[in-house]
Design a binder for this molecule. Structure first.
Ligand SMILES: [Zn+2]
Ligand SMILES: [Zn+2]
Length: 74
């Protein structure tokens, strides 16, 4: 799962839960839009296709997994 910080290239908001990533602009210079800006994608970033990336890892307690692993070790 991709949990790396990201900025919306439309409004500059950081780490929105819903992230649409451009399928054409990959690598060092990715182009991402939030759920609001994706509505304006034809204007902001025309002729490129976007893929919805679910940020399932954001907001979920990751230490829960750590506790489980420790329980197994003991
Ligand atoms: Zn945005
Ligand atoms: Zn693009």
């Amino acid at each position: 799962m991709l949990i790396a910080p990201w900025f919306c290239d439309g409004c500059g908001r950081q780490n929105g839960i819903t992230r649409y990533q451009c399928q054409h602009c990959r690598g060092l210079n990715t182009y991402d839009l939030c759920d609001q800006c994706i509505l304006h994608a034809p204007t902001l970033h025309p002729h490129h296709r976007f893929q919805l990336i679910q940020q399932a890892g954001v907001g979920t307690p990751t230490n829960w997994v750590g506790r489980e692993q420790r329980a197994v070790l003991y």
